[in-house]
Design a protein around this ligand. Structure first.
Ligand SMILES: [Zn+2]
Length: 420
């Protein structure tokens, strides 16, 4: 149990008078007693003041600083949950959740929250909120907001059942089949990453004024991991996802997602569909926010359309989405260290990306007038503890290993080009 448990129990025994801003008028702003259920199995549940012994039976004015969803049922296999609220409100608010498995509640877990106005889909507005939280094997969850709740407008907990999403998409990779290929460049990895793929993509609906960075002649695909393309996780291919403008990345931001570290290979596509659903339907983004994701088995997945091979502006770190691609480890490295397989895959991904776009993983760049690492932990460009204690402790090693990987890729590229 970490800090949230202390915070919540401290608040529980010392409720403080404060007003709770009413939820904004919205068909989705509901009490916990009622909730909406969309055709595809999404639910959105509102928050209400926590009833405590001090407030029970008292006047309505004795609201506390704690807002709760109450106990909410979730699908049992793999669900993705997350909280969002009106952008520009909720400064300083803190979010925690717990999950019930086998009749036993987990400890309260802190969840990072971040506004991101520049993450909005073109022509629309975003909502502030949490990362998407993968929850496996749970029957119920509860979300709580503490501190700053007075100013948090229209908070909603989304409960997404990924099994109900994308059922008409292409067949998934067989359960348990590894997503990685080691020891050589595969044609499939090139197909997933090479610029030639761009010609096969649907035409963009927005004018892209970004000057594409040329691909080094002879550059192979990434060696360690063959990115699993969006069709394999049955991504929702919408006009918004196809309209994200291109970008010329100068670096990579390393993230972790939120939620469970206890997921199987076969659950990864569901987790990705759930994250995409939360990012698009609740945060108001055009597509899944990360450009690529890495699972604990070392599998690499195309995130936002184009992945790392065809850079589109991501939605992953406030204010720096133009400069950085976002890659995320699926899991919570505060709770459990990242796996070596996952870290190795991420290093290879960063090494290849830096060879592709011509940046040096150990270098620095200037963004918004400040000097930042080319390979930055999210916490180095935002007010967050992402990518968690374990990945933060490894960033230095990851940069130097990615530099080596980059040099190897460029040497292969020179050799290939020389032969050509
Ligand atoms: Zn992050």
């Amino acid at each position: 149990m970490r800090s949230a448990a202390v915070l919540c129990s401290a608040v529980l025994v010392a409720p403080v008078l404060c007003a709770v801003t009413p939820a904004a008028a919205s068909p989705l702003a509901t009490d916990a007693a009622t909730s909406t259920r969309a055709a595809e199995g999404d639910r959105r549940v509102g928050f209400h003041p926590l009833s405590t012994p001090a407030t029970r039976g008292g006047a309505a004015a004795t609201a506390t600083r704690v807002l709760t969803t109450g106990v909410v049922a979730v699908p049992t296999d793999v669900a993705v949950i997350g909280v969002s609220w009106v952008e520009g409100t909720g400064d300083g608010v803190r979010l925690a959740y717990r999950a019930k498995r086998g009749g036993v509640w987990s400890a309260w877990e802190d969840v990072e929250v971040e506004p991101c106005p520049d993450c909005a889909a073109p022509g629309s507005s975003s909502r502030a909120g949490s990362e998407a939280i993968a929850v496996t094997g749970a029957t119920h969850v509860e979300g709580r907001l503490t501190a700053g709740v007075q100013a948090t407008r229209d908070p909603r907990l989304a409960i997404i059942d990924p099994a109900t999403l994308g059922t008409t998409g292409p067949a998934r990779r067989a359960a348990g089949a590894p997503a990685s290929v080691r020891g050589g460049v595969s044609a499939a990895s090139l197909a997933a990453l090479a610029p030639a793929t761009q010609a096969k993509r649907p035409a963009k609906k927005t004018k892209n004024t970004v000057k594409a960075i040329p691909v080094p002649a002879g550059l192979p695909g990434p060696r360690a991991s063959m990115p699993s393309k969006r069709a394999e996780w049955r991504a929702s291919e919408t006009s918004e996802a196809n309209s994200v403008p291109g970008t010329a990345p100068r670096g990579v931001v390393v993230h972790h997602t939120a939620g469970t570290n206890s997921y199987s290979r076969s659950q990864v596509p569901s987790i990705l569909r759930g994250i995409q659903r939360f990012h698009t339907q609740d945060r108001g983004w055009a597509d899944i926010g990360y450009n690529a994701l890495v699972d604990r088995f070392g599998g690499v997945w195309e995130g936002r359309r184009g992945g790392i091979g065809i850079a589109h502006r991501g939605a992953h770190a406030r204010g720096v989405n133009e400069a950085y691609l976002g890659v995320s480890y699926i899991g919570d490295t505060n709770a459990q260290p990242a796996t070596q397989e996952g870290v190795d895959a991420m290093v290879d991904l960063i090494g290849w990306t830096s060879a592709r776009y011509g940046f040096e993983p150990s270098g620095t760049l200037t963004v918004n007038g400040a000097s930042k690492p080319v390979v930055a932990g999210h916490y180095q460009v935002g007010n967050t503890s992402c990518p968690g204690t374990d990945l933060i402790s490894r960033l230095g090693d990851m940069r130097s290993q990615a530099s080596t990987a980059r040099a190897d890729y460029l040497a292969i590229a020179r050799s290939n080009a020389g032969r050509g």
